[in-house]
Design a protein around this ligand. Structure first.
Ligand code: ARG
Length: 428
């Protein structure tokens, strides 16, 4: 293994070396392009303060571009030859540029380097995730529009409660996803600051052009204090994972409803064969495995949250423990991206069994409407409530009841216009 720090590598047994590296090099594959981007930004800063010349900077830029290309083509493989991605970049630069390559690490530490590439990774992932989530929200909007008049029973305690519509059920998920999107936006704002230049956690005795480097990576600002910057390692990951957990908690609830409504006992929805599986023994089965795995995915993210939370029981400053926050972040992010990426296809495969849903609205579900009708005729609510408990005289149809509910955000549009304008603001 090529390491950057040892004078006497011979003395380290391979199993100790392997323990130090762990899964790190493999995980760094997800971060490598960001590490290249961060290195480029660092070198732009070094040129500004005269540590390297403009001509040298251009040589570096060219070599980094080459690295990006051979990495993308698979010609350059990031593997156990290197301790981590950071070392691999420096070895490549030194191999390509000779003595000049040895200047690349001037004034930086792997500590601010890893913070930087993780930050860029999280930003990109959250941008892409937000796009995916907005797409799902828009799809729910149009599904709701098409099902404004599709009635279904509403439940509390899984007992029949009041009539509802498929549109209101779907928009329930849509508005929850809008909340998640707003929360992710808040995280993106927090992540939009550059750790680069804080080095090992104490700054360096060089007039580093931190703002220039930050701008070269597209960051809005720099993280100011080096101790706080170092201590944000893992904590920002935890916040992101929490955001993913909220999102998947909403998906889990919806998936639960779907799997329940798919049972023969409910029989409200069907799922096209593109999204169901069979049984190896029971020829009759049509199973919602996709829905169930979507429901389960929050467990992966919550496990990641627990792992990072447990890791962070640390004193201030860099500790190697922090390396183990990489895997839960990447894994939690991948699980979330996969589930949200599959949602549009799943939603498209859902078939609403409108007749079954409508006939499942039994007369006693109109009792609340009946009581409120009596209130309109001058009775007190409590008296009307007691009267309506026993005899169900159908004073209003479920269809009319739905139309008259102002709490749906304006009966005519189900609050759709309000939600659409919120989505527009969140994605602006
Ligand atoms: N792989 C390390 C990590 O993720 C990189 C930083 C190493 N820094 C150090 N001081 N040993 O934390």
């Amino acid at each position: 293994t090529n390491v950057l720090w040892s004078g006497d590598q011979q003395s380290m047994p391979p199993e100790v070396m392997a323990f130090l590296a762990g899964e790190d090099v493999r995980l760094d594959r997800a971060l490598f392009v960001y590490d290249i981007q961060g290195t480029r930004a660092h070198l732009i800063g070094l040129a500004e303060i005269g540590i390297i010349s403009d001509a040298e900077l251009n040589q570096f830029k060219q070599a980094l571009e080459d690295l990006q290309q051979v990495y993308a083509s698979g010609e350059f493989v990031l593997d156990q030859r290197f301790e981590d991605g950071h070392s691999a970049i420096e070895f490549f630069l030194t191999e390509q540029l000779g003595a000049l390559g040895k200047k690349a690490h001037t004034g930086r530490s792997r500590n601010d380097q890893v913070l930087t590439c993780l930050r860029l990774f999280m930003q990109d992932q959250l941008d892409e995730l937000s796009d995916q989530v907005s797409g799902v929200i828009e799809q729910l909007f149009s599904m709701a529009e098409a099902n404004q008049n599709t009635l279904m029973p509403g439940y509390t305690h899984l007992q029949r409660a009041m009539p509802n519509t498929v549109a209101v059920w779907l928009l329930g998920l849509a508005e929850s996803l809008l909340d998640d999107l707003e929360h992710l936006n808040g995280l993106k704002k927090l992540l939009n600051s550059s750790p680069l230049g804080t080095a090992a956690g104490f700054g360096v005795p060089l007039p580093l052009a931190r703002e220039t480097s930050a701008a070269a990576m597209g960051f809005a600002r720099v993280q100011i204090n080096p101790v706080s910057t170092q201590n944000s390692r893992g904590k920002y990951e935890l916040m992101v994972l929490h955001g993913l957990s909220y999102l998947l908690t909403d998906v889990r609830r919806f998936a639960w409803d779907l799997s329940l409504y798919m049972t023969s006992e409910f029989d409200f929805v069907g799922l096209q064969s593109s999204h169901t599986t069979g049984s190896s023994i029971m020829p009759n089965k049509n199973n919602p495995d996709v829905v169930e795995l979507m429901r389960a995915s929050v467990a992966v993210v919550d496990g990641a949250v627990a792992q990072v939370q447990s890791l962070l029981s640390l004193p201030g400053g860099y500790q190697r423990d922090l390396q183990l926050s990489k895997e839960p972040l990447i894994k939690g992010m991948q699980a979330t991206r996969e589930v949200i990426g599959l949602l549009p296809g799943l939603l498209g495969a859902v078939v609403f069994k409108k007749d079954h849903m409508r006939t499942a609205i039994s007369p006693e579900m109109m009792a609340t409407d009946q009581a409120l009708h009596k209130v309109g005729q001058g009775q007190s609510f409590r008296e009307a409530y007691l009267d309506s408990k026993q005899d169900h005289e159908l004073v209003i149809t479920p269809e009319d009841s739905i139309k008259s509910r102002v709490s749906l955000g304006g009966a005519a549009n189900l609050g759709l216009e309000l939600m659409k304008s919120r989505l527009e603001k969140l994605t602006a």
